[in-house]
Ligand binder design. Structure first.
Ligand code: PMP
Length: 409
């Protein structure tokens, strides 16, 4: 059995919350798909900003403002390098994945989508990669098309190929499913879309923390993610977009910082990235995000991803031994997440029993109601893993499920 290079004791000591007890039991946190815990390096960086140099950015000539601005812009470069963007100004800070998608759905569609055009999403999208496109379609007189999924929870690429045509303006698809854990062949999807002249937005909310992301190797037109799912604070996220597209797109919000000049006759827009960053940004969140990426780089991305892969395989093998358990989705490649049901036990009931044992999992539709409709189920129990989780925690989950299943009959 391969042993990872990860020093798990040292890693776990970095995350203060992992020492908490819940109902007197050690916390087993397996809800990382919803949000990840924060290492003390990130918490300290945020607190250092507030303690030592809290100030608004891009506005003051005074020392603190310049220091905060430098920290913010350094974080932008860290994101740039983390995803291998060509230019730092192709990195736009937003509130998260949801806001990044809304921004593109509004601004891209305003510029490029006309009545009769088509937009493609998939049946495994999070609601935040469905609803903004429905709104945009309504607004622009366009039609939304949906790539279906098969029984294993994989995208049906032959159907995708049939949906693509010269009216397709953009394909918005998740790299990794937050419910099924499916890793989609994102490069192939992008190639197929580009061959028909369509642009692609990659929802990397569940990919950024589990896999190497290289926007140039992918040739992604847009790629979005949330800081809080990659060990950074809530309320901060990223929109990567190709310079040429972002330059053509109109602003999403108006306000301070996004202008060159304001007169009542005509207002002109600031250059990238500020054209899309109206108002005071989430400075502490941005600094925290930069620190979270430093933290991962210091451990080593390969080390992290190998450990996660090994843990997921272990969990899959262990859970398979539970009588009556069936996985929802059996994709060839999975990352981070396992969804399952036991006999006809309602996921909420099992989730509650696990909670009483200190085990945090997510239950419900995971903001993916179309997936639930596809499988004709009310929801799933979802265990989602991070590199700070251990095999002992997986064993605790297995025991907890067995106890729950026995109680619920
Ligand atoms: N897309 C996917 C695949 C997700 O998992 C999530 C969060 N569960 C989102 C989008 C939305 O992210 P946020 O709520 O951070 O904006």
């Amino acid at each position: 059995m391969p042993t990872t290079k990860l020093n798990i004791e040292k890693i776990r000591a970095d995350f203060p919350i992992l020492n908490e007890t819940i109902y007197g039991k050690p916390l087993v946190y397996l809800d990382n798909g919803a949000t990840t815990q924060k290492p003390k390096q990130v918490i300290d960086a945020v607190s250092q900003y507030y303690n030592e140099y809290n100030s608004n950015v891009h506005r003051g000539v005074h020392f603190l403002s310049q220091k905060a601005t430098d920290a913010e812009e350094a974080a932008r470069r860290k994101v740039q390098h983390f995803i291998n963007a060509k230019h730092e100004y192709e990195v736009i800070f937003t509130r998260g994945t949801t806001e990044s998608i809304n921004l593109v759905a509004y601004s891209f569609c305003k510029q490029y989508v006309k009545p009769g055009d088509e937009i493609i999403v998939s049946a495994m999208e999070h609601h935040s990669n469905i609803v903004p496109w429905q709104i945009a379609c309504e607004d622009r007189g366009a039609t939304l098309r949906v790539i279906p999924i098969d029984e294993n929870g994989e995208l049906m690429l032959d159907e995708f190929d049939k949906l693509l045509n010269d009216k397709t303006r953009i394909v918005a698809v998740t790299w990794v499913s937050n419910t099924l854990g499916t890793v989609n062949p994102i490069r192939q999807i992008i190639e197929m879309a580009h061959a028909k002249g369509a642009k692609v937005l990659v929802d990397a909310a569940q990919a950024i923390q589990h896999t190497h992301v290289d926007v140039r190797a992918l040739d992604a037109d847009f790629l979005v993610f949330s800081g809080h799912k990659i060990y950074a604070p809530t309320g901060i996220g990223v929109l990567y977009g190709k310079e040429a597209l972002l330059n053509e797109m109109p602003p999403y919000q108006g306000g301070g910082s996004m202008i060159k000049q304001v007169t009542f006759a005509k207002t002109t827009w600031a250059d990238l990235p500020f054209k899309f960053e109206a108002g005071t940004p989430h400075v502490s969140g941005i600094i925290g995000l930069g620190k979270a990426l430093d933290y991962m780089n210091e451990i080593g991305l390969d080390t992290i991803f190998d450990a996660e892969h090994e843990l997921l395989e272990y969990a899959e093998a262990k859970l398979s031994t539970i009588s009556g358990l069936r996985f929802i989705g059996n994709p060839k490649e999975r990352a981070g997440t396992l969804s399952f049901l036991i006999n006809d036990i309602h996921p909420f009931d099992l989730g509650e029993i696990l909670d009483k044992q200190g085990i945090a999992v997510r239950t419900g539709h995971h903001c993916c109601q179309p997936i639930m409709e596809h499988y004709q189920i009310p929801g799933t129990v979802r265990a989602s893993f991070s590199f700070y989780n251990t095999k002992e925690e997986v064993d605790a989950l297995v025991k907890g499920i067995e106890r729950g299943a026995a109680m619920l009959g």
